[in-house]
Each structure stands twice: as structure tokens, then as C-alpha cells.
Design a protein around this ligand. Structure first.
Ligand code: ADP
Ligand code: MG
Length: 254
């Protein structure tokens, strides 16, 4: 089998004396959509933030597309990455948050091209062209001149998805991307995520949208108290969970 897009091995993360991730091991294969479920406070966001270099792990290993996060290997030795190397690794991972965090004084298109132009120093004309294509892909080509305040929450989140894609990531992380939206706006964001999945993007999605997990997810991982409790197909985990903690959680949310 080819190299997984994400490989986490025994990942530990503490804040002070509080251990938040207690040895997470999981793999996500290229093209897979992995849904991550679990109660609030179980460490889902922390895990995503470790994958995206926003937090540094205390123990274990994390690999994205064959590159060890935060380290470079030479011979048998591991060297910590420098700032610019970290930035390059981070670009392989796109992240979409619950709060869209768009720049309020930039238009939709300006938000999308910010990363490629300012961070990656790519050619602006090309970034603009690609930015328009991405806005088209999320159904917002006609809104390219709009400022975030002129867009609905669902539209802002679709701009945020286009912005993450502009860095040409290999892996996309979604952290409860629809939790801050009015219910009637959830569907348009899930549709965009579904078509992204259909295009072959590898995705890790933290969500409470069980319908999305069932229809789009290839695997569901259930996390509780900093540990991976159960993994399996969406049907197995959601309809026939083996572990009491999974059963208890699902009986509350379903
Ligand atoms: P989830 O996303 O599953 O709700 P989080 O990963 O956000 O869980 O949080 C897990 C635990 O880690 C929570 O108890 C939270 O308070 C704690 N935590 C998260 N970030 C920090 C931080 N920067 N400093 C201290 N504690 C943190
Ligand atoms: Mg969270």
C-alpha cells in the first residue's frame, strides 16, 4: 500500500501538567475522508492543531505525505525544522475553522489570494486567476468583490475553504466548519465539502453532522478523553458502535 497522507503514532500533547492527547495513533490514506467525532474537550481541535503545526507534540510521531512534522531526517538523526521549513510543511495542510476568520477589510478574492501572494510569493496575476477559479468552485464567482460583512456565514465559510485551497494543500482539516452557522446555511457548506471529497481531496473533518459522516465519510474515528476509542466505517461506528463510550455519546447526539 502507498504511503498514508497522515500517519500519527502514539501522539501525546500536554498543556502544563494536563495531558490532552494520550497517545493517538491513526492513519488517513490519500483520498480518504476521515470524520472525527467526540465529546467537547476530548482533544479533537488540539489534534488538528498539532497536524497543522499550530501546536507542538510532546511525544510520538506525526507524518504528512511522508514528511515528519516539525523534523527533518538526515541519516539516523532528526533535526528540528527552521521557521521557513515549518511554513513550507504547514502549506501542505489546509485548515478551516469554526470561525471563518476572514480579513474584514479585504474582498473575497483578496482573502483567497493573500496566502499565495504574501506568504508563498507567487505571481499575482496567476494567483488572481486561480483565486477566481476557486471562488467559482465554491459557487461564489459572482461575489468576488464582496467584503466578508456583505456575505452570509455560509458564504464566508465557503470563501474560507477557497482560501485554504489556494495554498494547494495535500490534506485539508476541517474543525467543526458548520457549527457556527445558522441551520439553513449548513447544507451549502457541506455540499462544497462533499464535492471537494469527490474530487479526491484527503480530508479530516471534525463534525457533529452525522449525515455528512455517513454519506461522505470513508472512516469514522471516535475520540474521548484524549484517546481514540473506536474506528470503523461510518455505518459500523454510527449504527453499531462497539464501545460503551461511543454508544453513550451517540445516544446523546443522534
Ligand atoms: P475538542 O476540540 O475535542 O472540544 P480541545 O482540543 O479544544 O477539545 O480541548 C481539549 C482540552 O484541552 C480542553 O480541556 C481544553 O481546555 C484544553 N486546551 C486546549 N488548548 C489549550 C491551551 N492552549 N492551553 C491549555 N489547555 C488547553
Ligand atoms: Mg474543538
Amino acid at each position: 500500500m502507498s504511503e498514508p497522507m497522515l500517519r500519527a503514532r502514539n501522539v501525546h500533547k500536554s498543556f502544563g501538567h494536563l495531558e490532552i492527547l494520550k497517545g493517538i495513533s491513526l492513519e488517513v490514506q490519500a483520498g480518504q475522508v476521515a470524520c472525527l467525532l467526540g465529546p467537547s474537550g476530548s482533544g479533537k481541535s488540539t489534534f488538528l492543531r498539532c497536524i497543522n503545526h499550530l501546536e507542538k507534540i510532546n511525544d510520538g510521531e506525526l507524518w504528512v505525505a511522508g514528511e515528519r512534522i516539525g523534523y527533518r531526517r538526515s541519516g539516523n538523526k532528526l533535526h528540528e525544522l527552521k521557521e521557513n521549513q515549518t511554513a513550507k510543511q504547514r502549506a501542505a495542510v489546509g485548515m478551516v475553522f469554526q470561525q471563518f476568520n476572514l480579513f474584514p477589510h479585504r474582498t473575497a478574492l483578496e482573502n483567497v489570494i493573500e496566502g499565495p501572494v504574501v506568504v508563498q510569493k507567487r505571481n499575482k496575476a496567476q494567483a488572481l486567476r486561480e483565486g477566481m477559479e476557486l471562488l467559482d468552485r465554491v459557487g461564489l464567482a459572482d461575489k468576488y468583490k464582496h467584503y466578508p460583512a456583505q456575505l452570509s456565514g455560509g458564504q464566508q465559510q465557503r470563501v474560507a475553504i477557497a482560501r485554504a485551497l489556494a495554498l494547494k494543500p495535500r490534506l485539508m482539516l476541517f474543525d467543526e466548519p458548520t457549527s457556527a452557522l445558522d441551520p439553513e446555511l449548513v447544507g451549502e457548506v457541506l455540499d462544497v465539502m462533499g464535492s471537494l471529497a469527490a474530487s479526491g481531496m484527503t480530508m479530516i473533518v471534525v463534525t457533529h453532522e452525522m449525515g455528512f459522516a455517513k454519506e461522505v465519510g470513508d472512516v469514522v474515528h471516535f475520540m474521548a478523553d484524549g484517546q481514540l476509542v473506536e474506528s470503523g466505517s461510518p455505518t459500523q461506528v454510527l449504527e453499531n458502535p462497539r464501545e460503551p463510550r461511543t454508544q453513550a455519546f451517540l445516544s446523546k447526539v443522534l
